[in-house]
Design a protein around this ligand. Structure first.
Ligand SMILES: Cc1cc2nc3c(=O)[nH]c(=O)nc-3n(C[C@H](O)[C@H](O)[C@H](O)COP(=O)(O)OP(=O)(O)OC[C@H]3O[C@@H](n4cnc5c(N)ncnc54)[C@H](O)[C@@H]3O)c2cc1C
Length: 255
């Protein structure tokens, strides 16, 4: 595939590939969560569980495409299939794209991307976040080697949105559901309380945080307060309440 020099430089810098895909299926997993399945030569997108892809989304201003990043829910090089799970409440370009892209559409994505992946040395793995984190969290949890332990603390606006993980029988699973109960999505109180109430397993574990920027920051501080070291935590902000993600796909941090 031919790429312009700017894209070639970006791919070089990211160590990523530009891959054409075709949308073959859309499924409403829950009121707010959509699964998209693509076909294509996805072997170049096989990285680590927790990796993501970046997609260019056309906006009403043709000069201003918005880039959005989505965690790879699964990628199967043999079947040539890739799945994404996308939360669709924002009404922004990403969620609109996910909800309306016609099946049969050809797109191009850049990936694999991202620094968050499963810590294979950890004895237990705790995933904390909101619906936008389910894709990465479940992809990582499915890579845990048995016998292992996966714990989840997931906050939802509506319990109808809970999609439970389906892990191998020899993985011990603890799932804590937090009802947002009318709090703002950038209010960390619900997840902080659930984390404080959870007895952490013994031995060495790893904690993965994903979701709204302010919530992730508060959780990161709480994790540190419980004595975990920096190398036992992966934290990634996916979006910021009240502020659209930047054109390159990341939420805007404070100056
Ligand atoms: C590395 C990475 C991986 C990601 N993986 C996933 C993934 O697997 N699945 C997924 O769904 N998202 C994921 N995201 C988030 C995703 O990229 C977009 O931020 C999200 O789809 C919203 O984009 P948008 O264009 O629809 O809205 P934007 O234009 O960014 O925002 C429009 C408005 O909607 C608000 N908003 C944005 N998201 C939400 C929300 N969840 N709830 C309520 N309000 C919101 C914003 O605060 C803003 O006010 C990931 C982000 C990153 C950086």
């Amino acid at each position: 595939m031919t790429v312009d020099s700017k894209t070639a430089a970006l791919l070089e810098r990211l160590g990523a590939h530009l891959v054409p895909l075709v949308l073959i299926r859309r499924e409403q997993l829950s009121p707010r969560l959509i699964e998209l399945e693509f076909s294509g030569l996805v072997e170049d997108l096989v990285g680590k569980p927790g990796n993501d892809i970046m997609v260019d989304i056309a906006t009403t201003n043709p000069d201003k495409a918005a880039r959005r990043r989505y965690s790879i829910r699964s990628v199967d090089a043999t079947a040539r299939r890739l799945r994404l799970w996308i939360e669709t409440t924002s009404g922004g370009p990403g969620s609109t794209w996910a909800a309306t892209l016609p099946t049969g559409s050809a797109i191009r994505v850049i990936g694999p991307r991202g620094q968050v992946s499963l810590d294979m040395q950890a004895d237990w793995h705790l995933f904390i976040g909101d619906l936008t984190f389910l894709s990465a969290a479940y992809a990582m949890a499915e890579a845990i080697e048995p016998p292992g332990q996966a714990l989840f603390i997931i906050e939802v606006e509506d319990q109808a949105d809970v999609v439970l993980p389906a892990l191998a029988e020899d993985i011990a699973v603890t799932f804590v559901l937090v009802d947002r109960d009318g709090r703002s999505p950038n209010d960390p109180a619900g997840l902080l309380a659930a984390f404080a109430a959870l007895a952490l397993p013994e031995l060495d574990g790893h904690i993965y945080l994903g979701g709204e920027l302010r919530v992730v920051a508060a959780l990161r501080a709480a994790v540190k307060d419980r004595g975990l070291s920096d190398d036992q935590v992966h934290a990634k902000s996916y979006w910021r309440f009240g502020v659209a993600n930047q054109p390159h796909g990341e939420p805007k941090k404070d100056d």
